[in-house]
Design a binder for this molecule. Structure first.
Ligand SMILES: [Zn+2]
Length: 638
């Protein structure tokens, strides 16, 4: 209680202080940011920032809560070489005792601006790293996120703070960005003055092997695939795939009925030496994918096939419309993440909808996708203690939770369980309206409106609350949506929300062969997924990742930290393990696995005779194929 009160007091004080006029800065003149990215191949950025200032105390912030990352992930440990000066004379700075992202200094008399120079220390990206600290720089390409190299003065909100930025990329490299360009020459560019908010929302993708491909319809705002790859060969795109991305843009227009950007760029950093992930922006997205993402047929079926549609949806859901709790005035105030079930969960659903409607997933792949999600959701036994809305509230730390014990813990489940939840909503709207209405109607109402953005301004943000979502659902079809959503957000039932699949005309069944999608994901994630049979997920090296509570593996006593060595008396391989599991339906002997547990060896006998077991979807006879209609392309006449 005391802690809570102290926090509330500090928060009110913070609000009060941020409302005061800033004494030591000048709102009229823009900041200048000079980013020297010529050392990208050695993963080092240099930056010089000129900040208008008036004499007196000044606080500079390093961005901490980066929009889209939903956590305090600004990589402060990689900020280096900070030197501040005024009129060429060094100024002393001191880090705040409590807020480690704040630096205090005193601007001397007779000075109207200060200069800060700093470096950002990149490194080889590792798993389980924050997005911002997951460096995206290789010998051949880089994504330059301005938040990595920016200090900004306390006081003026980033939406009002004007910035003029300048960038220099390695010799011979090209670049692409949503930022409007003032001039460019030989790998250097100066951008038009924009708000700090827009600058930080507009990364620059640069690379030695670079290509920009216009996609989408001829009318309306332009769209581009902006590619930088570790090889020239990876920049090729065949006509089929290109036409699927064309359709992605068209189908998004059909779904939302409006666009709230001047242009949109899918920035793709394509390398096997970066962490594969993505983050949304208003007029672009920062997508990090394998080197052969566009040229290898295999990658089309991988998880990342829906990455671009997902990030594209965020331009409407997350950027144009944003939960009030995630809309903060600067990058220092904590975000309240409870509404991520809408921000991310709905985006996951609509990302899948557009992946299906654009043809990036065939109908078969979309069925396999939902079969895997339904089975995964059943295995998330943490749902019996942690309701879905606790995974959203806890998101800032859950993003960094280990994968071990994942099904007991529950992680950021609001993505895939969100897809199930919104499928439930969509099919219910269709059922209650006799097929006349669908979730598309909600999208047009909720995400519609005037999309024009006058030059020199930032794209608009229209905030919303839980009640706004309920009201718009009721405008589409009258129902007790408040209770409907509340139940699903607070439930601790063992059973996940699979009503949408049933209403969509499908059911989950288990067969002896894995789907093509599961095989592709095992190969992409380098793991062996036997969760539907013996309840075990292993890394390729045999290390235990997860054990499903109540499964044979769980009852036998297997745990993380152990490493599979042998099946009975023979060294294990993935194929032998899968064969041995399949054989349990016939064999008299039980499945016997030998593990090493931190230098000690132990043999476990699994009480399991169900054979190979993998999830698939099968038509539920009697109902219409609503699922197929949702994920099929739509054409409106209006
Ligand atoms: Zn997202």
């Amino acid at each position: 209680m005391l802690r809570h009160r102290r926090f509330a007091f500090a928060f009110i004080l913070l609000l009060f202080l941020s409302a005061l006029p800033a004494p030591a800065q000048d709102a009229g003149r823009p900041m200048q940011i000079h980013l020297d990215a010529s050392d990208v191949p050695r993963k080092l950025l240099h930056c010089r920032i000129v900040i208008p200032a008036r004499p007196g105390p000044l606080t500079l912030y390093y961005p901490k809560w980066i929009p889209g990352e939903h956590s305090p992930s600004g990589p402060i440990n990689d900020l280096s070489g900070l030197k501040i000066s005024a009129n060429g004379k060094p100024l002393a700075w001191r880090r705040d005792d409590v807020d480690l992202y704040a630096f205090h200094l005193t601007v001397p008399e007779g000075v109207d601006s200060i200069e800060a120079s700093l470096d950002y220390l990149g490194q080889q990206a590792r798993e389980a790293e924050g997005f911002s600290s997951g460096t995206c720089m290789t010998a051949q390409l880089g994504i330059l996120n301005w938040s990595l190299v920016t200090l900004y003065p306390k006081g003026l909100p980033p939406r009002e703070q004007k910035v003029q930025a300048h960038v220099k990329v390695p010799q011979g490299w090209k670049f692409g960005t949503a930022l409007p360009i003032d001039w460019q020459k030989d790998g250097e560019a100066q951008f038009k003055t924009v708000s700090l908010e827009m600058l930080i929302d507009s990364p620059v993708l640069c690379g030695a092997h670079f290509r920009e491909i216009p996609i989408g319809p001829k009318d309306g705002p332009p769209h581009f695939l902006v590619l930088a790859c570790d090889s020239a060969a990876g920049l090729e795109i065949d006509d089929d795939l290109k036409s699927q991305y064309d359709r992605l843009v068209v189908q998004a227009g059909e779904l939302f009925g409006s666009r709230h950007y001047r242009s949109y760029r899918f920035l793709l950093a394509m390398s096997d030496h970066i962490r594969h992930d993505a983050v949304e922006h208003h007029e672009c997205s920062d997508n990090r994918v394998p080197e052969r993402f566009l040229v290898d047929e295999d990658y089309r079926t991988h998880a990342s096939a829906w990455m671009l549609p997902h990030e594209f949806v965020h331009s409407w859901n997350g950027k144009f419309r944003r939960p009030a709790g995630l809309t903060t005035p600067d990058y220092q105030q904590p975000m309240k993440t409870r509404d991520l079930w809408f921000y991310e969960g709905l985006t996951q659903y609509l990302g899948f909808v557009l992946t299906g409607r654009s043809g990036l997933y065939t109908p078969d792949l979309m069925q396999e996708n939902f079969a895997l999600i339904a089975d995964w959701a059943r295995n998330q036994r943490g749902r019996t203690w942690r309701p879905l809305e606790d995974t959203t509230g806890g998101a800032p730390t859950l993003y960094y939770a280990r994968t071990e014990w994942g099904s007991r813990r529950r992680g950021v489940d609001f993505y895939d369980e969100g897809a199930l939840l919104w499928l439930d909503v969509d099919t219910l709207i269709r059922e209650k309206s006799g097929g006349k209405k669908s979730f598309d109607d909600f999208c047009r109402a909720f995400f519609g409106g005037n999309g024009s953005i006058p030059d020199g301004t930032s794209p608009a943000v229209k905030t919303y609350t839980f009640d706004d979502v309920v009201r718009t659902l009721n405008d589409v079809v009258a129902h007790d949506w408040k209770s409907f959503l509340h139940e699903r957000l607070t439930s601790t039932d063992l059973e996940p929300p699979l009503e949408g699949l049933k209403r969509g005309g499908w059911k989950v069944v288990y067969e002896t062969s894995p789907s093509e999608l599961l095989k592709a994901r095992e190969s992409e994630d380098k793991n062996i997924n036997l969760t539907a049979s013996i309840g075990l997920k292993l890394r390729e090296d045999g290390g235990v990742i997860d054990i499903i509570p109540g499964s044979a593996a769980d009852k036998a006593g297997i745990g993380p930290g152990m490493k599979l060595l042998a099946i009975r008396d023979r060294r294990w391989t993935a194929d032998r393990l899968k064969e041995a599991v399949a054989g349990t339906s016939k064999a008299k002997d039980k499945l016997t696995l030998m593990f090493e547990n931190q230098e000690y060896f132990r043999t476990f006998v699994l009480d399991y005779n169900g054979g190979a077991r993998y999830p698939h979807l099968e038509r539920d006879e009697g109902g219409a194929d609503v699922f197929g209609a949702i994920f099929g392309a739509v054409k409106r006449t209006q």
